[in-house]
Each structure stands twice: as structure tokens, then as C-alpha cells.
Design a binder for this molecule. Structure first.
Ligand SMILES: *Cc1c(COP(=O)(O)O)cnc(C)c1O
Length: 391
């Protein structure tokens, strides 16, 4: 187990002793079922008829004209629930079923992963508990309401800063006491082994489809693939399809918020340092004493002070490059995609577009760029309106 969970010096499983058997149980079940024909057939049926896969690869012609090179959007925003999160929840939820677990637990910050887990809990008829910082419960009351409609119990976490990292700690604590019947459905490609590997696998259809669609629709591979990075699940999902194609540049975009020199950003790979958080060795936003920083950027879905360990490794090995976009560039990109394409991108995904739009005039016109449009922006209209009232 120790070997498999490592990405260079990153990853691993730094957890209390009592959780090791639970993580090993998930690891064993994952390797037992992920290629099992019955499991694969059942998951593919759910991807197709419940979630809406395959998602289209769309040539955004007016956006391309604006940029001066070709931009294709991988439309994860069209999935059930409005984002890529359903891919991971279906995969882990089905695994929990195959393992005979009866209860799902999950952490959530902005509420998107909590909602996706609540949906899948309803789908599989499983008891579902969502741990959420009490401040986030207040801030994200619409998602809290939706989770309850799907039958989930939302547990407000008071402790620390009452936000995502505290919710993860409480979910892990609850799991410790209920490992027998409970499956912890982790929301991103981070945390202790085997989660980074499991989540990557269940998000990998994004990359597999995108690669095939490029060959079918364009007749060649793209020059670059761009995705936003919070914990890193949508990015590793699309990167996984192209990682062996050395000619394809992989670019992850983090949130520079109000600037990486301020305290309001979530640019972990750009300015963080190496440490251990939530069971994995990776890059973190921390001070010299190892105290974790609060993160803040315009999209709550990117607010996480750590990042999946495989991204830390891809950065160190140079296979992928990590850049950032600030709040203003993100709002400009959001408005641009609305105006040029009639598509409202999630503010998270708008980070990836913002960086790409910034390459206008810097790339040859024959360049082909694929952006993972990780989610739809309907949830963000209120935030955009607050910053940029529509005249
Ligand atoms: C949650 C979310 C993200 C960030 O999570 P990753 O694990 O980094 O993918 C990005 N985009 C959308 C639309 C999200 O909902």
C-alpha cells in the first residue's frame, strides 16, 4: 500500500492508526472492482443515463476568434448536477455499494460536493451525512436546502475556522468511530491514499473522451489542455487522457484571488510550501510554524489550502505547469464566455479560461487549446452581480 500511494515525495497516508484498516479496505475493494466487468458495465450505464456522458467537445468559434487561436470546451457543465463532481460520486458510491456499506459521509465547503454526494445517496438509497463548516452552512444555504431535499443530513461543524478543512477533520473523526458500515466519499483528488488514485480513476473519462474527440473532430491532438485546480480532481481527470502525449502541454490554473501577495488567494502550487494536511504530503498554504492559512478567491469551489499530491508531483517533474488568474481576470473571462458563446461558465472554470484569454496574441494562430469547462455558472450569478452589476 505504501508504494502505490506515492507520487515522488508526495502523497502517502498520514492518518491515525485506526483509519489504516479502513483505507486498506477501500484500496483492496477498488483494485478488486475497478476492472470487474459487472462493476464497469454498471458504472458506464450510470455515467451515460444518469449523469449524461459522454459530454461534448465544443469548438467555441467566437471565443476562438477573440483569442486568435482555436479554443475547444470540454462540456462537463452539461452533466447532471452541473459539474464534473457527479463522476467521482457515482464511482465511489457504487464502490461503497459493492463493499456492502450502508452509510455515506462527505465533507463540503461550497456545498457542491455535498450536493453531489446527497444526490448519489438518494440514487443508491443510502443514509447520507454531510459535514460542513458552520460558516459555510450560512453562506451556502441554497445548497444546504438542496442536500436536505435529497434526504441528506447536514452536520454544521463548529471548530477552527468553521470552514472546509474543519469539516474534513470532523468527517475523518466520525469515520474513525463508524468504519464498519460507513464509506467516506472524498470530494477531490487529495487526502490519504487511495483517494488521489480512486478519484483520478473515476474522473478519467473526461480525459479519455476528450482525447478521442480531438482525434475524431480535429484530426490531431491539441497543443495544450487547461483546467482549473482546487483540490485538483477535474484537472487530473482531463490531464490523465494526455499525460503520455508529451507534445500536449498540461496547464493547471489556480486562484490568485486579490493577488498572491495578499492573504486572499488559493494559489497553493504557485506559492505554497511542502507539508502534510488531511493525510497527504503535498503543497500547502501554511506559515513558518505549519499553521494553515485561510484561503479566499472569488470561487468558493477553489478554496482549499492543499492540493492533490499528483499535481505536486507533476509540478516538480515539470510535466504540468501551474499558473494563476486573479478575481478581476476571472470576472472578465466569465463575461466574455457569456457574451461570445451564450454559455455561463462556473467561476472555478472561468479561471482556466481567464489564463487562456491572457495568451491572446502570444500563441500561433494554428494553436489548439482544450479547456475543461468543469461546471456551469448558474450558481455564481449572484456573486458576479455583486461585483459587476449588469447595466
Ligand atoms: C468543486 C469544483 C472545482 C474544484 O475542484 P477540483 O477538485 O479542483 O476539480 C472546479 N470546478 C467546479 C465547477 C467545481 O464544482
Amino acid at each position: 500500500m505504501k508504494e502505490k500511494g506515492r507520487f515522488g515525495q508526495f502523497g502517502g497516508f498520514y492518518v491515525p492508526e485506526v483509519l489504516i484498516p479502513a483505507l486498506e479496505e477501500i484500496e483492496q475493494a477498488f483494485y478488486k472492482f475497478y476492472k470487474d466487468p459487472r462493476f464497469v458495465a454498471e458504472l458506464n450505464e450510470l455515467y451515460k443515463n444518469y449523469a449524461g456522458r459522454p459530454t461534448p467537445l465544443y469548438h467555441a468559434k467566437r471565443l476562438s476568434e477573440h483569442c486568435g487561436f482555436s479554443v475547444y470546451l470540454k462540456r462537463e457543465d452539461l452533466l447532471h448536477g452541473g459539474a464534473h463532481k457527479v463522476n467521482n460520486c457515482l464511482g465511489q458510491g457504487l464502490l461503497a455499494q459493492y463493499m456492502g456499506k450502508t452509510r455515506l459521509i462527505a465533507e463540503t465547503g461550497a456545498g457542491q460536493h455535498g450536493l453531489a454526494t446527497a444526490m448519489i445517496g438518494a440514487l443508491f438509497g443510502m443514509e447520507t451525512k454531510i459535514f460542513m463548516g458552520s460558516i459555510d452552512v450560512e453562506r451556502q444555504n441554497v445548497n444546504v436546502h438542496k442536500m436536505k431535499l435529497c434526504g441528506a443530513e447536514v452536520i454544521p461543524v463548529k471548530g477552527g475556522t468553521c470552514t472546509l478543512k474543519d469539516a474534513i477533520n470532523d468527517a475523518l473523526r466520525y469515520w474513525t468511530a463508524h468504519v464498519q458500515d460507513t464509506f467516506y466519499l472524498f470530494g477531490t483528488a487529495g487526502g490519504p491514499h487511495p483517494y488521489p488514485t480512486v478519484v483520478k480513476h473515476f474522473q478519467s473519462p473526461i480525459g479519455t473522451e476528450a482525447r478521442r474527440q480531438c482525434l475524431e473532430q480535429i484530426g490531431r491532438l491539441p497543443d495544450m489542455v487547461i483546467a482549473c485546480v482546487g483540490g485538483g480532481s477535474n484537472a487530473i481527470g482531463i490531464f490523465s487522457g494526455f499525460i503520455d502525449d508529451k507534445s500536449v502541454k498540461l496547464i493547471g490554473v489556480e486562484g490568485a484571488g486579490r493577488g498572491v501577495n495578499t492573504t486572499h488567494h488559493c494559489a497553493t502550487l504557485n506559492v505554497g510550501t511542502v507539508g502534510v494536511l488531511h493525510g497527504a504530503r503535498t503543497y500547502l498554504l501554511q506559515d513558518a510554524d505549519g499553521q494553515i492559512h485561510e484561503t479566499e478567491c472569488i470561487s468558493a469551489g477553489l478554496d482549499y489550502p492543499g492540493v492533490g499530491p499528483e499535481h505536486a508531483f507533476l509540478k516538480e517533474s515539470g510535466r504540468a505547469e501551474y499558473v494563476c488568474a486573479d478575481d478581476k481576470q476571472v470576472l472578465d473571462a466569465f463575461e466574455l464566455v457569456c457574451k461570445k458563446e451564450g454559455i455561463l461558465p462556473a467561476l472555478e472554470s472561468s479561471h482556466a479560461i481567464a489564463w487562456l484569454v491572457g495568451q491572446k496574441g502570444k500563441l500561433p494562430p494554428e494553436t489548439i487549446a482544450v479547456v475543461n469547462l468543469s461546471g456551469r455558472g448558474d450558481k455564481d450569478v449572484g456573486i458576479v452581480e455583486k461585483h459587476r452589476p449588469v447595466k
